[in-house]
Ligand binder design. Sequence first.
Ligand SMILES: *[C@@H]1O[C@H](CO)[C@@H](O)[C@H](O)[C@H]1NC(C)=O
Ligand SMILES: *[C@@H]1O[C@H](CO)[C@@H](O)[C@H](O)[C@H]1NC(C)=O
Ligand SMILES: *[C@@H]1O[C@H](CO)[C@@H](O)[C@H](O)[C@H]1NC(C)=O
Ligand SMILES: *[C@@H]1O[C@H](CO)[C@@H](O)[C@H](O)[C@H]1NC(C)=O
Length: 300
Amino acid sequence: MSHHYALAVVVLAFTGGCCMCATDVGEFAPCLQSFYKSWPLKGLAGTPICQRFINQYRFATLYSRPRRSPWFSAYLYSTPGGKRPTSNWKFEPQLAYPGAHGNMIPFPPGPVDQNVVDSQAVELDYINSTYSRGHLNPSLHHKSHEDRSSTFTLTNVVPQEIGSNDGPWEHLEQTVNKTLGAYCLGEAYVVTGIIPYQSDEHWLKNHRVAVPEYMWSAYCCPNYNNSLPEELKDAFPTYAAIGRNDRNSTEEIVPVSETAKKQFRGYDVRQMPLETLEMYLKDRFSTVVSVFYEQCSQSN
Ligand SMILES: *[C@@H]1O[C@H](CO)[C@@H](O)[C@H](O)[C@H]1NC(C)=O
Ligand SMILES: *[C@@H]1O[C@H](CO)[C@@H](O)[C@H](O)[C@H]1NC(C)=O
Ligand SMILES: *[C@@H]1O[C@H](CO)[C@@H](O)[C@H](O)[C@H]1NC(C)=O
Ligand SMILES: *[C@@H]1O[C@H](CO)[C@@H](O)[C@H](O)[C@H]1NC(C)=O
């Protein structure tokens, strides 16, 4: 299997050379290692970004230019080390200038180039808005300082309610960290994405960046410790979750717990099997969405 993919990547590098490989826009070929079996999520359309920082590919994002926010980010989990890096926010030059190099760049202290402003979200979109910057790929799920820093790009971020970001969603990220850290024996692939509103799209204050109604996440760890405690029997090889990003959403997908602390009430996260997540994605996107190759089955 992997030989075919390796060959495909090599062939692309030599034949398809030109702009695709130089700019990292248009395909996931340079960062297929972020996906289980080198198989990117199927069913969603957008602009692929191989997220590169200090000349290394770190993870993959499917970006929506019209929404100026991502559909999903995909990455390989590693047990975290050290402290959370200081937030040094970055942008993607290749979205603004075809042919630009693909390394993400920190925002300058002063005014931002108009092509950058037009092509993606910038810090001013989030400053003084009621939404926080919600990482899809969180810095918590990485070991090296560079991998952690690379998650601070606005193309990896959606407008997230603070009650979700500092509450149930953060708790989910920690739970996944603990579960994978304790029982995943090999590689763990994570994909985290968003579900848009059905109709009546919500936007940040100036109508440039779309706000998601829900966030979702799923992991695939094919090689795990079989002696699982009772409460984690369903958690391997794959498991998923959907979190509310709007208190006012109806309760069909994620019910609201009345016992949650007031500031977190209405931002519940519901854990669920991968098939259940894919059912909700199919419903909302009106197309089949496959998150992992053969639903992370363990067969080779
Ligand atoms: C944000 O709001 C504060 C307080 O209202 C104001 O002083 C500041 O200029 C605003 N910043 C931006 C970038 O709009
Ligand atoms: C993440 O997992 C590691 C390894 O299991 C653990 O040491 C660490 O405390 C966890 N961090 C958080 C914030 O849950
Ligand atoms: C699997 O989990 C059991 C129970 O927690 C533990 O005793 C054992 O060392 C683990 N095995 C591996 C290979 O990590
Ligand atoms: C939820 O509903 C309240 C009351 O109608 C409203 O003020 C608030 O803006 C709504 N929140 C969102 C995220 O739409």
